[in-house]
Design a protein around this ligand. Structure first.
Ligand SMILES: N[C@@H](CCC(=O)N[C@@H](CS)C(=O)NCC(=O)O)C(=O)O
Length: 202
């Protein structure tokens, strides 16, 4: 088993943090996205979308999509639970993780992808869309600040994959100069707490 990884990209980091929280060691193979190794026909046999991370099982199965990879490990190693326990908590974690993906991670990625040199030729860039999505990401930060006013973690009392998704989005947002604002007290408190976990270094 191994994970095709890139140490600077935010989606592979979601999986690395998830595994670090669970204390699971899986070998990582670094894939050079600058040289577009992930876009080669050989790599696309593993994941036709050419994206990272990809988990390769010993039987040759390839599992892409960060959440699918996390789900696989959650099933095999339920402790500590990072995707909720019981019907209600599982649904809440899924809801908040999905919201963090759609309303924070996605606009942060679009703000980068639609204007950065790195994606020239890999994507039809619409710089105006980068600007709009940057604004949307900032609005989402204000909203998340309010969300965190009545709970410690994103989905409630327990650290979960929703916190990991939000942390990776916020850290990556820095490249587009989108940052948590000091007046966003709840978000700042949460950010300090999740960033200081050992797993955040993964
Ligand atoms: N929905 C996918 C997104 C994967 C993705 O976009 N990965 C990025 C890195 S964060 C990638 O491989 N980018 C390289 C490229 O598009 O060439 C997931 O959750 O894993």
């Amino acid at each position: 088993m191994k994970i095709y990884n890139n140490s600077t990209a935010p989606n592979p980091r979601r999986v690395r943090i998830f595994l670090a929280e669970k204390g699971i060691n899986v070998p990582y193979e670094e894939v050079d996205i600058v040289k577009a190794v992930n876009r080669t026909p050989e790599f696309k046999q593993k994941n036709p979308l050419g994206t990272l991370p990809v988990l390769e099982l010993d039987d040759g199965t390839h599992i892409a999509e960060s959440v699918a990879i996390c789900r696989y490990f959650e099933e095999l190693y339920p402790e500590p639970p990072l995707m909720g326990l019981g019907a209600k908590e599982r649904a809440l974690v899924e809801m908040w993780n999905r919201r963090m993906e759609l309303h924070l991670f996605l606009p942060v990625m679009d703000a980068f992808r639609h204007q950065h040199e790195f994606f020239k030729g890999r994507l039809t860039q619409v710089p105006e869309y980068a600007r709009v999505q940057g604004e949307n990401a900032e609005k989402s930060l204000s909203w998340v600040d309010q969300v965190l006013s009545d709970r410690f973690f994103m989905a409630g009392d327990n650290f979960s994959i929703a916190d990991i998704t939000a942390l990776c989005a916020i850290d990556f947002a820095r490249v587009s100069k989108i940052r948590v604002q000091p007046e966003q007290k709840h978000l700042s408190r949460w950010y300090a707490a999740v960033s200081s976990r050992l797993s955040a270094k993964a």
